[in-house]
Design a protein around this ligand. Sequence first.
Ligand SMILES: Cc1ncc(COP(=O)(O)O)c(C=O)c1O
Length: 459
Amino acid sequence: MRELMIHLNENSPKYKQIYHSIRSLIENKELQPNTKLPSIRQLAEILYVSRNTTLVAYEQLLAEGYIRSEQKRGYFVETFESIDIHTPTLHAEKSISEERKIKVDFRAGSVDQHAFPIKAWRKCVNEVLKEDIVYMYGEQQGDRLLREKIANYLLQSRGIRTSEDSIVIGSSTQQLLMHLSILLKNKYSSIAVENPGYDGARTVFQLCGFQINPIEVRKKGLCMKQLEKIESKLVYITPSHQFPTGVTLPIAERLQLLNWAHSQNGYIIEDDYDSEFRYQQQPIPALLSIQQEARVIYISTFSKAFLPSIRLSYMVLPSELLDQYNQQFATFEQTASSIHQRTMARFMERGHWDSHIRKMRATYKRKMHVLVSSLHLAFGKVIRLIGTQSGLYILIQLQSSVGEEILIQQALEQGVKVYPTSNLYIGYKPEFSILKLGFSNLSIEEIQLGVQLLKKAWT
Ligand SMILES: Cc1ncc(COP(=O)(O)O)c(C=O)c1O
């Protein structure tokens, strides 16, 4: 077994540094084929990192074929012929050097990689691979066992009474919205959306030929007065954690909205994408749970609470739409992987889901707290923070007339990536620029470093 010379710094996640170091040792032939590597535990001890960190690095090298694992013997460098060493193109070199300059990336849309329950998930995958069902296309509405587990979860966490028969699984929220739009287009021609709001949903409605009616989001969420004045009978809304402002629609407005849908004979599309992560109060019951026979189509995803790359989402369809769905999509195959669906069902059945959610809520609560207090400390009253009670990102508004693009560029020059929100507004922009900072995949140290660098950039 060879000692590995790996120097770690604080500028990027440690598992990435370990992965890149071993990979270049192999590519430069400093590590010869068939060389035995230290075990996960030994390497973690040598480098003073957690075992999870070295495990993730080895998993990546394994997946890319740089190393192999031999039962009871450990990890070895793969033989030369089987390693796919690519010569980087100029473009790739450029993007790598740009990547290296980034010290902290406040990207939303990821999850805490180190907290991923690898062991439990792997165990469930191994079990599931012995089941005949995962070698087939699977049921059109999605794996029945997973639909049962989702129905239980919705009752316990969101107060929704439904059954597996009303649930349709899909590979993403946008894919489900696309199918839904095809159904709804039979009867409706326009749709109201929140402004600002989720551009991913708006694009789907536009592509499907709906006329878009933007409705302002105010302090209490969607402006009901504006909604009641327009002709749309459909509305797409994120009531529990408005995207992107973080507002929760109060109960009076919820009731008003439900009554509106009844009186219009229309539908509310309720996107409940990250309701698991409320840090101050209990989760708020979903719209669908408030009224019997509510005219609500409920949509949610595993992307935020579990893993975006799993590509698993689901919707609960009212009976009228369910019949239409089964007729119109009778020849369509299910779009989500049967392996992932059944694995998630087993994961939930074994109780791993509930403990994962509890753990992640505590982890993200801490990260949110560190981000908010570091920003307050660094910027004082110059900055307004929006949406700090829930979710995996916050919005920040600097009381300065400097434009969004310039603020992003200034941050980039200090090695920090922050994200725009102007793409989420239709027809107007806020007086002062608002930027989006995701924190889920950053460590506490990275969050603190990121805020320090932002202070350098902007003050
Ligand atoms: C409001 C909202 N809904 C849904 C999603 C994504 O869901 P999925 O990964 O299932 O497409 C996002 C992604 O950021 C979102 O912001």
